[in-house]
Ligand binder design. Structure first.
Ligand SMILES: C[S@@+](CC[C@H](N)C(=O)[O-])C[C@H]1O[C@@H](n2cnc3c(N)ncnc32)[C@H](O)[C@@H]1O
Length: 351
C-alpha cells in the first residue's frame, strides 16, 4: 500500500495512491479520499423510473421549489447600488464564499468558531454569540456533508452516473465548470480524451479549479490493461476557458456536454436557452449529462443554514421528474435518469 496522504509531507508526494489502494477510504483535512468501488447501494438509483415522459405534465408534477432566502451580502450590495445584483456578479460572490469551505479544514475552522463563541459569551455580546454559534454549526454540518458523507463531490455516485457512456477518448465540454471535478472524474473513466472547462468567473480557473488538490485520486480505467487505474489531474488534458457560455464559438464537436448545478439557475423563460447551450456544441449522437440539486428536506435545510454563503443567484430545487420534463420539453431524449447523493442526474441525447 502507498503511504497514506495524512502521513505524507504535504508537497512531497504528488500521487500518493495507486491500484493497490482500491477499497481504501480516509479523511484528509479538507475532504475525503475514496477509492471504494461504486457497486454499493448509495449510488445512482431511482425507485420509480419514468417510462413515458410524454405522460408527465407540470399540472401533475407541480413546479420546482425556489430558494428565496437571500445572502446578507447580496441584500447589502443591492441596497448600496440601488439595483438587483447582476447574475455574473452573483456568481463572483458565490464562488468566493463557497470555495472557503473547500480551502479550510472544517475541524480547525470549527475550533476557531468555538473560540470566538467563548470570547463573545465572555463579553455578553448577544449578536456575536449568535454569529459564532451559526458559524460553528455551519462548519459541523459542512464537515458531515463534504468529509463524512462526501455528498458534494460524491465520487461513487458520479462514477455510477457516468458509467456506460460508450465513448472513447471523448472531447468533453463542461458548462459552468467551477472546480471542474466532474470533468476530471469522467476523464479518468474515459482516458486519452480532452476536456474544455468553461466558466465566466476567472476565479474558478485560478482558484476553484486552480487550487483543486493535485494529489486527489480519481478511479478510472487503464486502457493498456482494460482494468481499473488511479488518475490524477496533472495526467489529464484539460483547458479552462474563461467565457460566457453564450459567447462560445465551438461547432457541434463535443462527444459529451455536461453541467453540474447550472440549469436550475435559469428561470423558466431562460430554460430553453440553457438547454440549447447543451445541444449546440454536441456532435450528432453525443451525450448530454445534467445534474441539479435534489428537492429534499436536507437540501432545503442546507440552503437555509448556508444562505449567506450560497444564495446569490436564482435557484430551484427539483425532483428528477422536474429535471427530466424540462429536458424532454426542450428536445432531449432521456436515456437514464436517477438520483445520486445530493443531485438528480440525467443522461440524454438530442431528439
Ligand atoms: C452553481 S455553480 C456550479 C456548481 C459547482 N459544481 C460548484 O461546485 O460550485 C455554477 C457555475 O456556473 C458559472 N456560470 C453561470 N452562468 C454562466 C455563464 N453564462 N457562462 C459561464 N459560466 C457561468 C458560475 O460562475 C459558477 O461557477
Amino acid at each position: 500500500m502507498s503511504p497514506s496522504l495524512a502521513a505524507a509531507a504535504p508537497d512531497a508526494i504528488a500521487h500518493p495512491f495507486d491500484e493497490s489502494d482500491f477499497g481504501h477510504t480516509e479523511l484528509a483535512p479538507t475532504h475525503r479520499i475514496d477509492l471504494r468501488p461504486s457497486n454499493t447501494p448509495d449510488v445512482f438509483f431511482d425507485a420509480e423510473p419514468v417510462s413515458n415522459w410524454t405522460a408527465l405534465s407540470w399540472e401533475k408534477l407541480g413546479r420546482p421549489y425556489r430558494v428565496e432566502r437571500w445572502s446578507k451580502e447580496k441584500k447589502t450590495w443591492e441596497r448600496e447600488h440601488g439595483q438587483e445584483m447582476p447574475v455574473k456578479e452573483c456568481w463572483t460572490h458565490f464562488n468566493r464564499s463557497f470555495q472557503k469551505y473547500f480551502d479550510q479544514g472544517p475541524a480547525i475552522a470549527r475550533r476557531e468558531s468555538l473560540g470566538k463563541l467563548g470570547r463573545a459569551a465572555a463579553r455578553f455580546s448577544a449578536h456575536d454569540v449568535r454569529e459564532a454559534l451559526e458559524e460553528t454549526v455551519q462548519w459541523s454540518v459542512w464537515n458531515h456533508i463534504h468529509r463524512t458523507e462526501d455528498a458534494v463531490w460524491d465520487p461513487r455516485g458520479k462514477r455510477a452516473l457516468f458509467d456506460g457512456l460508450d465513448v472513447k477518448r471523448p472531447n468533453i465540454l463542461f458548462l459552468g465548470a467551477a472546480d471542474g471535478y466532474e470533468a476530471m472524474q469522467m476523464m479518468a473513466m474515459y482516458p486519452g480524451g480532452h476536456a474544455v472547462l468553461v466558466d465566466y468567473d476567472e476565479y474558478c480557473r485560478d482558484h476553484r479549479f486552480g487550487a483543486f488538490p493535485g494529489s486527489y485520486p480519481f478511479i478510472g480505467a487503464n486502457p493498456a490493461t482494460g482494468g481499473p487505474k488511479v488518475w490524477y489531474r496533472d495526467e489529464m488534458n484539460i483547458d479552462f476557458e474563461v467565457c460566457d457560455i453564450r459567447d462560445l464559438k465551438y461547432g457541434a464537436e463535443f462527444d459529451v456536454v455536461v453541467s453540474i448545478g447550472l440549469v436550475e439557475h435559469f428561470p423558466d423563460q431562460f430554460k430553453p436557452l440553457a438547454f440549447e447551450m447543451h445541444r449546440k456544441f454536441l456532435r450528432p449522437g453525443g451525450r448530454v449529462i445534467i445534474t441539479t440539486p435534489r428537492l429534499q428536506l436536507k437540501s432545503k435545510l442546507f440552503y437555509t443554514l448556508f444562505a449567506d454563503s450560497m444564495n446569490f443567484a436564482y435557484r430551484e430545487l427539483m425532483d428528477i421528474t422536474h429535471l427530466g420534463l424540462y429536458a424532454w420539453e426542450n428536445g432531449f431524449e432521456i436515456m437514464r435518469h436517477g438520483r445520486i447523493k445530493a443531485h438528480n442526474g440525467l443522461i440524454c441525447r438530442a431528439r
